[in-house]
Design a protein around this ligand. Structure first.
Ligand SMILES: Nc1ncnc2c1ncn2[C@@H]1O[C@H](COP(=O)(O)OP(=O)(O)OP(=O)(O)O)[C@@H](O)[C@H]1O
Length: 291
């Protein structure tokens, strides 16, 4: 007889503003049907990283499924640290930026099959100003959009969309930056400087079409203006980006200096206005089950 394995679901009850009971029930049924033991940890918003790490050690957990947005995935990544535990994703955040890069289906039973399956990516883990980043961090218009969205009452895609127009009209942009990477300095003007491990934002915009999420490198992308042609290009998955619109630098380490503090976000979380951003690849990988 096969030994029973403990599978933990880390679930954020507030992510995406949806009822999580159906996810918890489907998870428990699925895991029990496979002869394993389902465990559930609901995040509280307070010291979850530490609590998740303790829970994993105390219950000899063999795999962690995550139901939430990018914030919850980052918390699990921080909790796992050196533990080599496979994870699976049941996206339930409002944007699901990271998960949107893996073509995970909408159907919950299909998601469970994939999350408990044996096809994996060893995702790069970045350190940016001391925070873990798995997806995309950026300075400029998108971070400003996220800040205004976090302050607004309206959640979901509509809330994000409603913030777009006043944010885009903001007079702080373009701003001046100096980027040090691969032993060179680049001085540029930009409206958005992204540090991208992944390809796409949760909105579907493919800002980093040539990036690979497991190659030990990230891209610094300097978007020089809000060109309509450039923006439209980012909606076509494999379209090469116009060099008049964006400069791309691949690196393991980069320092970005701005002449004034600029709105900054990491994986969908607004961090504050920053004039210095230091990004480096860590030796860690996050092993995620994917389709
Ligand atoms: N029980 C809780 N009550 C309040 N806040 C919580 C709770 N659990 C987690 N959080 C907070 O939720 C945030 C993470 O949310 P997450 O990114 O997973 O979802 P989201 O914002 O809906 O999705 P997305 O990032 O895809 O837009 C963190 O700031 C965390 O502190």
């Amino acid at each position: 007889m096969k030994a029973q394995k403990s599978i933990l679901l880390v679930i954020n009850p507030i992510a995406g503003d949806t009822d999580k009971k159906p996810i918890i029930e489907a998870f428990k049924n699925h895991v029990r049907t496979n002869g394993n033991t389902p465990l559930v940890y609901e995040t509280t918003g307070e010291n979850d990283n530490e609590a998740i790490a303790n829970y994993i050690d105390d219950h000899d957990v063999k795999r962690v499924l995550i139901s939430g947005g990018d914030g919850t995935i980052r918390q699990v990544a921080d909790g796992l640290k050196e533990r080599s535990i496979n994870i699976g994703l049941l996206p339930s955040g409002s944007a699901n930026g990271l998960a949107s890069n893996f073509l995970i289906p909408e159907n919950l039973e299909d998601q469970l099959d994939i999350a408990l399956g044996d096809t994996f990516i060893d995702l790069d883990v970045l350190d940016i100003n001391g925070y873990t980043s798995l997806h995309i961090a950026d300075l400029g218009v998108n971070a400003k959009l996220i800040k205004n969205y976090e302050k607004s009452e309206i959640r979901g895609k509509l809330g994000y969309f409603l913030q777009a127009i006043p944010t885009l009209l903001n007079s702080d942009y373009p701003f001046e930056v100096e980027i040090f990477a691969n032993g060179k300095s680049h001085k540029e003007e930009g409206v958005l400087i992204a540090i991208a491990n992944a390809n796409k934002f949760g909105t579907g915009a493919n800002i980093n079409p040539t990036g690979k999420m497991d190659d030990g490198l990230f891209e610094v992308l300097i978007f020089k203006n809000l060109s309509i042609k450039g923006i439209i290009q980012t909606f076509y998955d494999d379209a090469p980006l116009d060099p008049d619109f964006v400069t791309v630098i691949s690196s393991k380490e980069a320092t970005i200096k701005c002449t004034k503090p600029i709105a900054f976000q990491i994986d969908g979380e607004f961090i504050g206005e920053q004039s210095l951003v230091e990004a480096k690849m860590t030796p860690h990988k996050l092993r995620i089950a994917i389709p």
